[in-house]
Each structure stands twice: as structure tokens, then as C-alpha cells.
Design a protein around this ligand. Structure first.
Ligand code: FAD
Ligand code: DLZ
Ligand code: SF4
Length: 511
């Protein structure tokens, strides 16, 4: 039957399941730029520009193959401004015998699309997203055989199944994981290499102008837009990373430096998540760099683990636990997110630098997201809904399936220990060890209490004490709780009061 094929903004892959049996003579591909998707959270301007530009280029790519594309622009006067509205409008305008689509990556929109399938006058075929290595069934099978879901064991199965970094069934080098080698701080005088960014092409310039005009009050700036918006541009960035950056990825994976937003990271999450790069291909090509002796094992294994391990793992967890996962608030966070998360106006040097990169590039690297903003939001006791909203808004690579398990799970322990086995709570000493931020900060990273002390220090012990009943039995926190126990009740009460004073000083108000 003549088929209407929906392609969503993050489904821009030639091999998309929705396009598998496409008949270019009769079928129509529907792509819709809509306000509902652009505003269900107030996404960073660069994120919207990236998605619109990539959709427009992908539509042209299909047209060049002779495919008819119904591409609805954001400023089309007939645009109903919702995906489901555009599906209905397309079906009303022209006769179709069927609708085909690839399952959507977010529960929210997936619910709307399955409701649409229930009422549509023609059959609606919702197909698996084969761009992931691990299917929902495969993940469920793995999860059902485990009492605890741990990324490390999932990752080993993915290595075995794909054969990546294996010799005769055994992990290359004799170990599955070389994380212990990946904790170097940047030595004095060493700076990360220059990065290849992609200046916006004509299509991206058009999208940037539209976003500036239509979403002026959204977070972030557009001036430094440098994200790939086509598969070819994404390939250029990947190739540069593999030849010039990957060798240092491992050593400095956890390092941070003032004014250095990229460090040795891949800058490929936006492209993989949109479908411009294929995750398995990225992993295989990183392996080639190791096999050819051009990149060390700790770098290549660490990089592959992020994609083959973490990325697939969090996606599996999301679909296993949603929608219940969206309500989790294990630590009873009840505070508002301080305004400086948006404005960047804070004397905390590490936070100011992270928010600046977030505003200017819709990017911060993993350790900034985890140990600076995530750690701070958890220590402050911010309500998880406000933390999720911030991470969904500010990063160009944010989609709920990957954002939420990282935020509610890995960074803030609001899921109570599904993604990680303990909260990544840390005092200023961690940030001082892994960065050069503290030297230029108004706060004293060595001081534990008082107005001039590093806020991470002021918050840390009070956080543990406040959450004693919830965290005391976590074996991975046995050490800090033993330390707390030696303090005695009076000192412990003082530490809670100190944390409370810091929460007030930073503007984390009761909701
Ligand atoms: P690299 O450091 O070069 O890593 C290579 C690739 O591995 C990434 O491109 C990404 O595809 C994958 N990857 C690495 N870490 C993770 C992870 N923890 N989970 C899933 N994939 C991973 N990533 C997103 O894609 N979208 C998000 O919305 C997102 N939100 C996050 C929120 C928090 C609180 C934290 C701690 C992490 C979040 N991440 C998210 C994971 C990670 O920080 C980003 O994928 C990474 O910073 C992207 O930059 P890169 O391509 O330079 O990554
Ligand atoms: C995030 C986003 C934005 C900003 N805009 C659109 C859009 O206009 N059209 C579209 O099809 N998708 C958009 N998206 C992505 C969706 O909100 C959603 O995150 C993904 O389709 C989930 O798979
Ligand atoms: Fe961040 Fe504290 Fe260091 Fe300042 S002293 S940069 S607030 S860790």
C-alpha cells in the first residue's frame, strides 16, 4: 500500500527501519518541525537549530535519491505544530494505505504516537529502532537474569556479542576495563589539542536565523554554533577525533581545565543521537586505531565502553523502568535549582566555567556534568524534576532516554541505585584533584566550614548526615559514615546546619 513514513528529528539515518521498504514511486516521507517538540522544555537555541538544520539537510538527501518528502517547516502557516497533528493533516490531504515509523526515543512522544496508532484510519506500523546494538528484548532478557543491573557486566556481554576488542573470546590485554589508568590531571603547561568545529553551512545558517527569530527567549547563545548537521560533516569530526584526539582520551578522560570545554572528548554525542553516525561503526573504527598501534588500549577501551557500554545500558534502563522512573526521588530532593545554573553568575569557578561552556556551546563534558553541576545539584537537595529539566534544556545531545538515567540515576542517585551503586557525592577535594579551577576561585577549597569555604565542602558532610537513613547501609559509603560516626552528635548537627547555611547562601530554596 502507498505508505506515509514518519521520520522524527533524531531519526536521520539512511538505514532507518521506517524507510526499509520504501517505494520511491509512491511513498511519502513526513518530516515536521513543530513547536510542541521545540518547547515541551525550552531547549537551548543551538539544540533546536541543530535539529532543524539536520532535518532540512536529511530531507534534501532523500529528495536527491528521488524520494518525495513532505517537509513541514516551523514557519509554515498550515503547520499544526505537533507531530500527531501533522500525521493527521498528511492523511487528510492525500490517500495513504498505511503509516510506517520507527519507535520514538522518548516515552512522552511514544505514548502520543501509540495513541495515534489506536485511532488512525489506516494501519500504523511502529518498528524497532535498529540503530541501537541492544534491542529491548535483549536488554530485558539480560536484566531478568540479574539481581542487580550493573553496566560493567552488561558491557562484557556486548563485547562478547560484537567481538569488539576480543582475541579468541578473551578481552584484549587481559582485562575488560582499564578505567584505573584514566584518571590523570592535566599537568602544568599541557593544553588539549585544537578541535575541528564545523562552521554552519547555508542550511544551518538558515536554521540558526529561524531559531534566533522564533525562540529568542530560550536558553543559550547561537554565535559559536559548530555542530555537524549532515552525515558527511559528522564523519569529518569523527575522523579528526580518531586520528588526532583519541590517543589522549583515556589519560585525561576525567580531567577538567578552565576555559577548555572539549579536552580530549569525542564531540560526537549530538551526531550519534541524531543518527548521523552509527554507534557500532564508531566503536569498530576506534578498535582499528588500537590494532594499528595508533592509539593505546586504555584510550580505545575507555572510549568504546562509553558507547557500547554506557550508552546502550542507559537506554535499556530507561525503557525497562519508564514511566515509573520519571517519578523517582530517592533522596527526597525538595529544593529549587539556584538561578546561577542558568545565568552562570556565581563565584564558584568550576560552576561558572561549566555553565559558560553550556551556554556558549550547548555542551559540557562528562566530568563537568557529573562532578560539577550534577554533584552540586545532588548535594543541595534540588528536586529531581528541576534537575532533569535543566539537563534536558541545556545540552544539544539531550533526549530523555539518555538524559534521565544519567541525571536521575548516575549523577544524583534519585533512582535509589539502579544505574549506579552509590551516589557520586564528592567534596571540593575531588574537583581540586582533577582540575585547575580551585586556584582561581574566590572560595577556599581547603576550608571546610564558614562563608569562605568551598561550598562543596560545606555541603558534603551535611548531605551524608541528612541522608543517613537512606544511605547508611550502602557498603560503598561505609568509610565516610564511619568517619561521621567518630564526630559525635553535636558535631554532626553542626555539619547539617553548615550545609543548610550553604544551601541558603547558594539560593537553593524550599519549593
Ligand atoms: P565522549 O566523552 O567522547 O564519549 C563518547 C560517546 O560515548 C558519547 O558521544 C556518547 O555517545 C557516549 N557516552 C559517554 N558517556 C555516556 C553516558 N554516561 N551515557 C550515555 N552515553 C554516553 N549524553 C547524551 O548523549 N545526552 C544527554 O542528555 C546526556 N546527559 C547527561 C547528563 C549527566 C548528568 C551526565 C553525567 C551525563 C550525561 N550524558 C549525556 C553522557 C555524557 O556526558 C555525554 O554523552 C558526553 O559528554 C557527550 O560528549 P562527547 O561526545 O564528547 O563524549
Ligand atoms: C528535540 C526535538 C526538537 C527540538 N524539535 C523536533 C521537531 O521539530 N520535530 C521532530 O520530529 N523532532 C523534534 N525533536 C525531537 C523529539 O522531541 C524527540 O525527542 C525525538 O523524536 C525522540 O525520538
Ligand atoms: Fe569549585 Fe570549590 Fe574549587 Fe571553587 S574551591 S572551584 S567552588 S571546587
Amino acid at each position: 500500500a502507498r505508505t506515509l513514513r514518519l521520520v522524527l528529528g533524531d531519526q536521520l539515518s539512511d538505514g532507518l527501519s521506517a524507510l526499509a521498504d520504501l517505494d520511491a514511486d509512491s511513498d511519502v516521507v513526513l518530516m515536521a518541525e513543530v513547536r510542541d517538540e521545540a518547547t515541551y522544555v525550552r531547549h537551548h537555541k543551538q539544540k533546536i537549530a541543530l535539529i532543524f538544520a539536520a532535518m532540512r539537510s536529511f530531507a534534501r538527501r532523500l529528495e536527491a535519491r528521488g524520494v518525495t518528502v513532505r517537509h513541514v517547516r516551523i514557519d509554515d502557516p498550515d503547520n499544526t505544530q505537533s507531530i500527531v497533528g501533522e500525521l493527521h493533516r498528511a492523511l487528510d490531504d492525500q490517500p495513504f494505505g498505511a503509516v510506517a515509523m520507527t519507535e520514538c526515543g522518548e516515552w512522552r512522544l511514544a505514548e502520543m504516537l501509540s495513541a495515534f496508532a489506536g485511532v488512525a484510519a489506516v494501519p500504523v506500523d511502529i518498528r524497532p529502532d535498529t540503530r541501537f546494538l541492544c534491542s529491548h528484548d535483549r536488554f530485558r532478557r539480560w536484566a531478568s537474569s540479574k539481581s542487580q543491573l550493573r553496566m560493567e557486566f552488561f558491557y562484557r556481554e556486548m563485547r562478547r556479542e560484537t567481538g569488539i576488542l576480543l582475541d579468541d573470546g578473551q578481552p584484549v590485554g587481559g582485562q575488560w576495563n582499564y578505567d584505573a589508568e584514566n584518571r590523570k590531571k592535566l599537568s602544568k603547561g599541557l593544553r588539549p589539542p585544537r578541535r575541528l568545529r564545523i562552521p554552519p553551512d547555508a542550511v544551518a545558517q538558515g536554521a540558526i536565523a529561524d531559531v534566533a527569530r522564533l525562540f529568542p527567549d530560550h536558553f543559550g547563545t547561537l554565535d559559536a554554533f559548530g555542530w555537524p548537521t549532515t552525515a558527511e560533516q559528522a564523519e569529518t569530526v569523527l575522523a579528526d577525533f580518531l586520528s588526532n584526539i583519541l590517543p589522549g582520551f583515556g589519560d585525561w578522560q576525567d580531567a577538567m581545565a578552565e576555559g577548555e570545554p572539549w579536552m580530549w572528548h569525542g564531540l560526537i554525542s549530538t551526531s550519534i543521537n541524531l543518527g548521523l553516525l552509527d554507534p557500532l561503526d564508531v566503536c569498530r573504527r576506534a578498535e582499528v586505531e588500537y590494532r594499528a598501534g595508533r592509539a593505546p588500549l586504555n584510550a580505545v577501551e575507555g572510549f568504546i565502553r562509553q558507547i557500547l557500554g554506557w550508552r546502550e545500558f542507559v537506554r535499556g534502563i530507561y525503557w525497562l523502568k519508564v514511566p515509573e522512573y520519571r517519578q523517582r526521588n530517592f533522596l527526597d530532593g525538595d529544593r529549587t535549582l539556584p538561578w546561577f545554573f542558568w545565568s552562570g553568575e556565581t563565584d564558584m569557578a568550576c560552576v561558572a566555567d561549566t555553565v559558560a561552556s553550556t551556554r556558549d556551546h550547548a555542551y559540557a563534558h562528562h566530568i563537568q556534568r557529573l562532578m560539577v553541576t550534577g554533584n552540586l545539584a545532588m548535594l543541595l537537595g534540588v528536586h529531581p524534576d528541576e534537575i532533569d529539566d535543566w539537563y534536558m534544556v541545556v545540552y544539544a545531545d539531550a533526549y530523555e532516554w539518555v538524559e534521565m538515567p544519567n541525571t536521575r540515576g548516575m549523577a544524583t542517585f534519585a533512582d535509589g541505585g539502579i544505574v549506579g551503586s552509590k551516589p557520586y557525592a564528592a567534596s571540593g577535594a575531588y574537583i581540586d584533584r582533577m582540575s585547575d579551577y580551585c586556584a582561581g576561585c574566590r572560595y577556599d577549597v581547603k576550608a571546610k566550614t564558614g562563608e569562605g569555604a568551598c561550598p562543596f565542602n560545606r555541603l558534603y558532610w551535611g548531605f551524608l548526615e541528612r541522608n543517613r537513613a537512606r544511605l547508611r547501609d550502602n557498603v560503598r559509603l561505609a568509610m565516610p559514615y564511619r568517619t561521621l560516626d567518630t564526630f559525635g552528635p553535636d558535631k554532626r548537627a553542626l555539619l547539617v546546619a553548615e550545609a543548610e547555611a550553604a544551601r541558603e547562601a547558594l539560593g537553593a530554596a524550599r519549593r
